[in-house]
Design a protein around this ligand. Structure first.
Ligand code: SAM
Length: 231
């Protein structure tokens, strides 16, 4: 059984997709999707030998070698234009790493229609990258599983039609859809962040007031205000 987190990622993958799942580890996500949809096919990409071997084994044992190909390589380098990939999933990593995978493989995105990204932290880096690179954020989800809170961002090509017209910093950080919805998981995540930031401010204030510290406090207090306005 797939985790709630990956089930939510799977939910956004359209029928008949040609998927590239980057950082696939055990290839659980493409395996699940292939069982569900005979018209689905996928490339499972992995940079590390251990997870690459696990993915190969999983696909072989599930008799899905016709639908899923496991490839070893860094980020989007495992994809060729001829693969005609329509959907990319990158899940279970930090937002900064996901952003750098997209940035380093930009030229591989020509045929891609949908990006489904699940950062464990740092979704802000992804939202900024999408905005700057002609991708429109279409859906966001947030969920709690095993005491951890995860965000899922879905984007397709196109204009954002004023999605970030106002409060851009706040929306990049919190998510334009999530901050409207204000779900329980959203509130929990940001209350935890607030507590964390406030305790950092306190300990820096105790440590002294050189200019670097002042700058850091100013930055944190800004973020605290932005988030408090939304809860
Ligand atoms: N996507 C799965 C999930 O969400 O459950 C696995 C997440 S696992 C925590 C992250 C995986 O990404 C690891 O197996 C790691 O080897 C792989 N990874 C990290 N950086 C990568 C990169 N640049 N290219 C491909 N895979 C990468």
């Amino acid at each position: 059984q797939l985790s709630e987190r990956l089930l939510k990622v799977a939910y956004y993958v359209p029928k008949g997709a040609k998927l590239a799942d980057i950082g696939s580890d055990h290839a659980y996500l493409p395996t699940f999707l292939a069982h569900r949809d005979p018209t689905f096919s996928a490339i499972a990409g992995e940079v590390n030998q251990g997870p690459f071997d696990s993915a190969k084994e999983q696909v072989m044992h599930s008799n899905l070698t016709k639908q899923i190909e496991v490839r070893k390589g860094d980020g989007l380098q495992v994809i060729e234009i001829e693969d005609q990939v329509t959907v990319i999933t990158i899940a279970g990593m930090g937002g900064a790493l996901i952003q750098s995978i997209l940035e380093n493989g930009k030229e591989k995105l020509e045929t891609v229609e949908t990006l489904i990204l699940q950062p464990n932290i740092g979704a802000v880096f992804i939202r900024k990258w999408l905005s700057a690179n002609g991708w429109k954020l279409t859906h966001e989800s947030i969920l709690e599983e095993d005491e951890k809170i995860y965000e899922i961002l879905v984007a397709s090509r196109g204009d954002e039609h004023g999605l970030y017209a106002e409060d851009v910093e706040k929306k990049w950080m919190l998510g334009p859809y999530l901050m409207k919805e204000k779900s329980a998981a959203f509130q929990k995540k940001w209350k935890q962040e607030l507590q964390h930031w406030k305790s950092i401010v306190q300990s820096i204030e105790k440590a002294g007031h050189d200019s670097k510290n002042k700058e850091r406090i100013h930055e944190l207090k800004n973020k605290i205000t932005l988030v408090e306005e939304c809860l």
